[in-house]
Design a protein around this ligand. Structure first.
Ligand code: ADP
Ligand code: MG
Length: 399
């Protein structure tokens, strides 16, 4: 789960991290009030969307020369004008994709006098089973670009979970950023606070870009992007409450209610499969036959009829779906349960696109019988490649 910048800063400040003062705003009036409370002299109006690159982003309908989603201004009236322009508008950044994201909330923050910008992130490294720290002197720009063009400017080290952060970690961070004296001490302290926040709240990523040195030699977190491990959210009710569903795909939200592993994609063939491996193989083979999958969907091993029905409804509700391939290998999952779920969902929702069903395994005969006797217009397939070929043909034929 991802959260907004202002929420990330609030979480970090609970662990003692120094962040600029600021207030979230959901309307122009709230933005103005926030600016009045801050008092100035410099304000920053920041679009809150779950994507980076806001500063260099472009608002739809404002033309290529308009300012982006992070604006430094010098009066309350300018805050008002920026807020009026940003609210409800779609911001396109290199991380949002071409569709962009609508801005529904802003963060009004005090302006900082920036002397230097750095990059700092903490993330779970599966290879070492540790939290890795990534630091670079090249702050404020895309770290992917730095990694590509000047990889020697990125320093990495990991922290042993048994010991946590030690003073030498702080020194490594300070030396990789070229910080000396009091700033080196500040770096050590900050790293300890960030690591504590990371572990205590089960983060999977904490990215600070930029981390800055101010004109009066203070280390400050100016931007923060945080992702949490979904599997650990149950033990952090306060963090789970920070979820902003308007930032997520409604189909994925619906799927998560039924505990379905569903990820929306851009293609035209909806897939309903059991088992992550088979789901991946199904997506591959659809591509092999020249089409693109509209989703990844694993209904799981012990799915009920209700779950299958819900899954089928989510797929059919997607207007991009031009055909559906159901590919089930019944092991623990019985083919008759799948068949019943599909039939029930189609009865309820109707079927406007071709449907190919491939069933194999436990109770396969019963499953096929249920579908055959339902009177539905379903094409049955014998194996994986037969199924993929048939659905791609059916979709291309209809086009
Ligand atoms: P994004 O990464 O989405 O573009 P940032 O929060 O990193 O958004 O802001 C982009 C740039 O705007 C920063 O690199 C920094 O130069 C400037 N900036 C952001 N917040 C402030 C602030 N509070 N004071 C001064 N400058 C800021
Ligand atoms: Mg940033």
């Amino acid at each position: 789960m991802n959260i907004h910048e202002h929420q990330a800063k609030a979480v970090l400040s609970e662990f003692g991290v120094a962040v600029p003062r600021g207030y979230p705003a959901f309307s122009v009036e709230e933005a103005v009030k926030a600016a009045q409370q801050l008092g100035g002299p410099v304000f920053v109006v920041k679009a809150q969307i779950h994507a980076g690159g806001r500063g260099k982003g472009k608002f739809e309908g404002l033309g290529p020369d308009a300012k982006g989603g992070v604006r430094v201004v010098k009066s309350v009236e300018e805050v008002r004008a920026a807020a009026e322009e940003m609210f409800g508008r779609v911001l396109v950044t290199e991380q949002t994709g071409p569709k962009g994201k609508q801005v529904n909330r802003l963060y009004i923050e005090e302006g900082a006098a920036i002397a230097k910008e750095f990059y700092l992130s903490l993330l779970v490294d599966r290879e070492t089973s540790r939290v890795s720290v990534v630091a670079s002197t090249e702050g404020g720009m895309s770290i992917e670009e730095v990694a590509h063009n000047t990889p020697d400017k990125i320093a990495t080290f990991s922290v042993d979970p048994a010991t946590g952060v030690w003073p030498h970690h702080g020194l490594m961070l300070a030396s990789s950023l070229g910080l000396k004296g009091d700033l080196s001490k500040q770096a050590g302290k900050l790293l300890g606070q960030l690591y504590a926040a990371f572990v205590a709240t089960d983060m999977s990523l904490l990215e600070i870009n930029p981390l800055i040195v101010t004109a009066d030699d203070q280390l400050r977190v100016l931007d923060a992007k945080v992702s949490f491990d979904d599997s650990a959210l149950f033990r952090h009710k306060d963090i789970a409450a920070l979820r902003d569903e308007s930032e997520e795909d409604p189909k994925e939200i619906e799927a998560s209610k039924y505990d379905l592993s569903y990820i929306a994609l851009d293609g035209e063939i909806g897939c309903m499969v059991n088992g992550a491996g088979l789901a991946m193989a199904t997506m591959d083979i659809i591509k092999l036959y020249g089409a693109e999958p509209a989703n990844f969907l694993d209904v799981g091993g012990g799915a009920t009829k209700e779950k299958v029905t819900a899954a089928f409804k989510i797929i059919t509700a997607d207007p991009n779906v031009k055909g559906i391939l159901v590919n089930i290998f019944g092991g623990i999952m019985r083919c008759d349960i799948i068949a019943e779920g599909v039939v029930e969902a189609v009865r309820e929702m109707g079927l406007k696109v071709p449907l190919v069903v491939r069933l194999e395994g436990t109770n396969v005969e019963l499953g096929k019988k249920i579908i055959a006797e339902s009177g539905l217009n379903v094409v049955s397939a014998n194996d994986l490649s037969d199924g993929a070929e048939k659905i791609v043909k059916a979709v291309r034929g209809a086009a």
